[in-house]
Design a protein around this ligand. Structure first.
Ligand SMILES: Cc1ncc(COP(=O)(O)O)c(C=O)c1O
Length: 497
């Protein structure tokens, strides 16, 4: 084949960040997949192509070898390198995937369909005011983290490079146990800590290990969508138990589903309402769980951020009968894409959970775990959390000042004693989903409260995350939100006339 034809296909950009080898590989692969380089077509000799493309011969050889290994090219004795025959189905580049395309619905399992119906809580758009659950990733000490991660990646032992540590890198388990004991009153040995790929993986593992299909499980109403997903993935029967000013209403739960096998709760800072569950309720829940033989899944996802009020230690620390499975995450204290969380399981569950971990794919990468252990042990974690607590308090104050200035009379924004978001309450019955969509069109992300309800929403409102939003964007977001709310109010008034 004449090199000029390849030169027409391969346009190497020497200023691009992508290495020339990768560019050449992608260009040839694409051309083969699109049928522009036909099967059996003979490619120029590597030396010739390298010369014509003005790249090193090794570069071309490496690309050819990779494409041969992947089946796109074939080395034929006497004929040099030729394009392989690619199955017809692969050849045409498929049309771009549209998430909402109205094509034939795939046949999902019942629980798969249930999971896919849970409303999305966060947009795919770039982060902006007022995304819920996002920490201040803009001020994370990435240099320190990169240094530790790089060092650990270079230092991994044979065990670290193999299949060991499926349930957690021991020094990290130790660091987590130490931290939880001191900061959250969690009583555990490092062996009870199971490191997972984010709290969500922990919820999934616990629900699947402890529930049979159709088993009743209490979930806070309104409650965390991730917990709903994990319970549905385990084919549980969801029992939405109301949350009041003291937290999960245990007496009502016991009436609704006395033989439930599991309770999901976020007692230190209930998502989404922000309530801290009282000690009396915690004791009542533990008492009920012990008598009923039920498990309590305690989600302590953002307990590090408390600005006022009385902090309560984790329920795990006052659980005398081993019913509590404690769930924690580094998504809020570090950053969500880290994908590291942990479970603290009672001694009776250590062995079965450890074995099951090998069959879930829920483990976190060892180099990341090792770097995280260093980050904690060297004190970076504690100082970052301390700084973030001050920053988030300031960001919440900024949001509340803005709300007093521009949202008074439109929504009731309640100050929060803990966490990373506030609730802007709307008159009951307001369609907060439609309102959030209107706000999104103005470039601001807010989360409707009603999506957290399984049954008819008792309250209506918007959740406003502030932790990850720089101050200037908070001000701008408040003004944009105010103008949409004012406009919506006028529309409601006109419709009522
Ligand atoms: C209640 C609750 N639990 C847990 C998490 C953390 O989940 P993950 O560790 O999977 O990021 C979140 C994050 O938004 C949350 O809101």
């Amino acid at each position: 084949m004449a090199t000029p034809a390849i030169l027409g296909i391969v346009a190497l950009d020497r200023r691009a960040r992508v290495p020339l080898q990768t560019q050449l590989y992608r260009a040839l692969r694409e051309a083969i997949l699109q049928g522009r380089l036909r099967p059996s077509l003979r490619l120029p000799a590597t030396r010739v192509l390298a010369h014509d493309l003005r790249v090193g011969r090794n570069t071309v050889v490496a690309v050819f070898e990779q494409l041969i290994a992947e089946g796109y090219l074939e080395a034929r004795a006497g004929a040099g390198t030729v394009v392989a025959t690619i199955p017809e189905t692969l050849l045409h580049t498929p049309p771009p995937v549209r998430r909402s395309s109205a094509g034939e619905a795939p046949r999902l399992s019942r629980r798969g369909a249930d999971m896919a119906r849970i409303r999305r809580a966060s947009p795919e758009a770039p982060t902006r005011a007022f995304q819920v659950g996002l920490p201040a990733v803009d001020v994370f000490p990435t240099e320190t983290w990169a240094r530790l991660l790089g060092r650990r990646s270079r230092m991994l032992t044979r065990a670290g490079l193999g299949y060991d540590y499926a349930t957690g890198y021991p020094p990290l388990c130790e660091a987590i146990a130490g931290y939880l004991g001191a900061a959250r009153g969690v009583a555990c040995r490092p062996e009870q800590v199971i490191v997972v790929a984010g709290a969500q993986a922990g919820l999934d593992l616990a629900c699947r290990m402890l529930l049979d299909p159709g088993d009743a499980a209490w979930i806070e109403e309104p409650g965390y969508l991730g917990a709903r997903g994990a319970l549905l993935a385990a084919s549980a029967k969801l029992v939405p138990v109301p949350v009041d000013a003291e937290g999960l209403d245990v007496a009502t739960g016991a009436r609704m589903a006395p033989s439930a096998r599991l309770v999901y709760t976020s007692p230190s800072h209930q998502l989404p309402l922000g309530v801290t569950v009282s000690l009396a309720r915690r004791l009542a829940l533990l008492d009920w769980a012990t008598r009923a033989g039920a498990w309590v899944l305690e989600d302590d996802y953002d307990s590090e951020y408390r600005y006022g009020g009385r902090p309560l230690a984790a329920m795990q620390g006052i659980d005398a009968t081993g019913r509590v499975i404690y769930v924690g995450t580094f998504s809020k204290t570090m950053f969500p894409a880290l994908r590291v969380g942990y479970l603290v399981v009672p001694p009776s569950l250590v062995e079965p959970f450890a074995i099951a971990m090998r069959h879930t794919g829920h483990s976190a990468p060892v180099a990341v775990q090792a770097a995280l252990a260093d980050f904690i042990v060297e004190g970076h974690f504690a100082s970052h959390v301390r700084r973030m607590r001050v920053l988030y308090a300031a960001r919440q104050a900024r949001l509340l000042r803005g709300a007093r200035r521009s949202l008074t009379g439109l929504v009731d924004v309640t100050p929060a004693e803990a966490g990373m978001h506030v609730l802007a309450e709307l008159p009951a019955g307001t369609d907060d989903v439609a309102l959030a969509a209107r706000v999104a069109r103005a470039g601001v992300v807010v989360r409707p409260l009603s999506i957290h309800y399984i049954e008819r929403p008792a309250r209506s409102g918007l959740l406003l995350g502030y932790a990850g939003v720089p101050e200037r964007e908070i001000d701008r977001g408040v003004e944009q939100l105010a103008s949409v709310l004012r406009e919506s109010g006028r529309r409601v008034a006109r419709a009522g006339r």
